[in-house]
Design a protein around this ligand. Structure first.
Ligand code: ADP
Length: 330
């Protein structure tokens, strides 16, 4: 700004001098008397001085307005930081206060269902209650993860493990889910011996989200396929479904927080989620230095979600099947 303040008068001065020189050299005023020439020069100088003063004034007032704006921006930035920290505190408080009563409701509802005096209708009511509580619990844990991501505290605890272990632990639960939905779940055991250095719990969360979504968005008699393969230094996992599909304009957006595909018209399915799972999955995969993406041939043509994470090493089959050594008693 100071540079501008110096520059403008300097430019005006140079202009003024050049004009004066031009008058002298060109001889425009040669026919006039010396007095007339002097008068003209004086008028010119006067005009320039006046424009200079106007320009200076404008610069000063613009500078003051800019300073004022900068001060206001600093203030609102501080307020934003403060508001953001208040939001994070509020979120963790709510999460904590909701979790405890939810656990009690779930416990009592299960107890209620096994009472010998419970009628079929009451048992059914208790089942519905459990479904609602489970949904709320999922929301609470997604919100916890979100708060951690926003605070930069979602850390992974890496350890070397066989990625197939995740699938082995997750499959029974996912098969039940698929079965209840009337969807077929297939797993292609191409790779079951790839070691990865990662957070088993968090990576399992990613796979669970992708499989859960695939089952949720696939209608009865549809197919969900899980495939894993190790290639080069990467372990790839693919979850392919024959379900709702995704509009090409939304295959990236669905990884944003709270985003649910707008082109999908099934309100019931939308209400079953919050648009947080994929955002969390993406954060976990990125923290593992991996990549996650979605592909679809369009609405009604199914989708494939895949991710890749660095692989530590690939075991030979005999290594994989080796029995762990029994701990020695000392
Ligand atoms: P949620 O499923 O809880 O709404 P997600 O973050 O897991 O949240 O998914 C965001 C959105 O991405 C979903 O609401 C849905 O619109 C879309 N989506 C995710 N998985 C699939 C899938 N397998 N098929 C079609 N759409 C999907």
């Amino acid at each position: 700004m100071e540079l501008l303040l110096l520059l403008v008068p300097a430019v005006l001065l140079v202009l003024m001098l050049s004009l004066m020189v031009f008058y002298q050299v060109s001889g425009i005023g040669q026919q006039n008397s010396a007095g007339a020439r002097e008068q003209m020069n004086a008028r010119l100088i006067d005009n320039f001085v006046r424009s200079l003063a106007v320009a200076e004034n404008t610069i000063y007032s613009k500078n003051a307005a800019l300073n004022d704006m900068a001060a206001r921006l600093t203030l609102s930035n501080e307020q934003l930081v403060q508001l953001n920290s208040m939001k994070s505190k509020f979120l963790s408080m709510v999460v904590h206060d909701v979790r405890t009563p939810l656990a009690s409701i779930r416990g009592f509802s299960e107890l209620f269902a096994v009472q010998p005096s419970a009628t079929e209708r009451q048992k059914n009511m208790s089942k519905q209650m459990n479904i609602a509580v489970d949904r709320l619990n999922r929301l609470v844990s997604d919100l916890t993860d979100l708060a951690m991501i926003e605070a930069g505290k979602l850390k992974i605890s890496p350890a070397v493990f066989n990625f197939y272990m995740i699938i082995e632990e997750l499959l029974p639960q996912m098969e039940t889910l698929a079965h209840n939905q009337g969807v077929e779940l297939k797993y292609d055991q191409v790779n079951r011996n790839a070691l990865v250095n990662g957070d088993k719990f968090r990576l399992s969360q990613v796979l669970q989200n992708l499989l859960g979504n695939a089952i949720k968005f696939t209608p009865k008699e549809g197919l969900v396929e899980l495939k894993t393969r190790a290639e080069g230094r990467w372990l790839y996992a693919y979850v392919k479904d024959s379900g709702a599909g995704i509009h090409p304009s939304e295959t990236r957006k669905i990884f944003e927080k709270f985003y649910q595909a707008k082109h999908q018209k099934n309100e019931q399915l939308r209400k079953m989620g919050w648009g947080l799972g994929l955002a969390i999955a993406q954060e976990i995969v990125v923290q593992h230095k991996g990549v996650i993406a979605a592909e679809s041939k369009g609405l009604g043509h199914g989708s494939t979600f895949w991710f890749k994470i660095p692989v530590e090493s690939i075991l030979r089959d005999e290594e994989f099947f080796e029995k762990p050594e029994k701990p020695k008693n000392h």
